[in-house]
Design a protein around this ligand. Structure first.
Ligand SMILES: Nc1ncnc2c1ncn2[C@@H]1O[C@H](COP(=O)(O)OP(=O)(O)OP(=O)(O)O)[C@@H](O)[C@H]1O
Ligand SMILES: [Mg+2]
Length: 321
């Protein structure tokens, strides 16, 4: 459904050139739920803009359903439903009017608009509110309406650019419930960008993006397993001594030890051998206050590949070439 090869975007300005997307290649299969996980400025939105022909790649190619985006922008757009990062509803209109407007823009006949609009508002839980002004909607309802609108022309690919950004946890959950529901009922390919690891965790495959590059790609499960079977967290009075002991004893931990706060160290169980977390903890020469062991999550994977945490991580402003 999506095939990107060496896709690159360089923004040129008087202050210099900025490489927003740096030679990425990936492909997404029909029906797959694929996500881009990365912090602010990673290049997620720029990639999407090239996918929908709003930006021309500086280098490389991208094709949707076998069609090159640069050569066939109109045909490609017919295949895509997109939910932009910034809200784009007209909130002086009702939900129904927003759908009508979009439907006409896409040249959908009135019978189909009616039937499809009715169905999608139902799926997104907005049937009863269809004639209310969008202005009176909550943030979560607006997002759900945008998804209904994006699906009106029956696209094969739904693109969601940070669909739950700025929503409270309750609305985020509800938006996700509806995304899963509509996927089950309509069955299209989904391309998601997010900086929430829990969202990327539910996808079939994830590409971890940092500073314009894909640094890791695979199923969430595989990425976590490749990192380590376990993550250890150790609280100690003397984190420096513990760090230097760990590095000397397990050279594989080089750049894998993460310090949180004053006294807390996080690191993966060193690979190889029959070492259990408990064996390792028992042999530490430094007194420890508390220790725990857990399975790795996508944040650990992100840190492993980029050296910084996803939360609050910002690659912006670092890259001038
Ligand atoms: N129109 C533009 N002109 C110049 N630089 C830009 C432009 N749009 C984006 N950039 C830069 O390109 C890089 C990637 O931006 P992009 O918006 O694609 O990131 P993102 O991953 O979508 O981030 P966010 O999570 O904040 O939405 C950033 O360094 C950004 O400052
Ligand atoms: Mg973005």
């Amino acid at each position: 459904m999506i095939e990107a090869k060496d896709l690159t975007k360089i923004y040129k300005s008087r202050r210099g050139n900025r490489i927003a997307v740096d030679g990425i290649s990936f492909s997404v299969g029909e029906g797959e739920f694929f996500s881009f996980l990365g912090p602010n400025g990673a290049g997620k939105t720029t990639t999407i803009q090239m996918m929908v022909a709003l930006l021309t790649p500086t280098r490389g190619t991208i094709a949707i359903d076998g069609l090159d985006v640069v050569s066939y922008p109109h045909q490609v757009r017919q295949k895509i439903g997109i939910i932009f990062q910034d809200p784009s509803l007209d909130d002086r209109l009702t939900a129904w009017e927003n759908l009508e407007f979009h439907g006409r823009l896409y040249g959908i006949d009135s019978k189909t608009r009616e039937r499809r609009g009715d169905f999608l508002l139902g799926v997104m839980g907005l049937g009863e509110r269809r004639h209310d002004l969008v202005r009176t909607y909550s943030g979560g309802m607006k997002r759900r309406l945008e998804i209904a609108r994006g699906l009106l022309h029956s696209p094969r690919l739904l693109i969601l650019d940070e669909p739950t950004l700025g929503l409270d946890p309750h609305s985020r959950r509800s938006v996700w419930e509806y995304i899963h529901r509509v996927r089950k009922e309509v069955g299209m390919t989904v391309f998601l960008t997010t900086h929430y690891l829990e969202e990327a965790d539910t996808s079939d495959r994830v590409a971890i993006m940092s500073a314009g590059k894909i640094v890791a790609m695979g199923t969430p499960d595989r990425l976590k397993k490749d990192l380590s079977s376990e993550m250890l967290s150790v609280e100690t009075e003397n984190p420096e001594a513990l760090t230097s002991y760990l590095l000397k004893t397990y050279p594989a931990l080089d750049s894998q030890i993460r310090r949180e706060g004053e006294n807390l160290l996080y690191f993966p169980l060193p690979p190889g051998g029959d070492l259990s977390p408990w064996d390792l903890l028992r042999t530490l020469p430094v007194p420890i206050r508390e220790a725990s062991v857990r399975r790795p999550n996508l944040d650990d994977v992100f840190i492993h590949h980029t050296g910084s945490a996803l939360k609050g991580g910002d690659t912006e402003g670092e890259k001038h070439k």
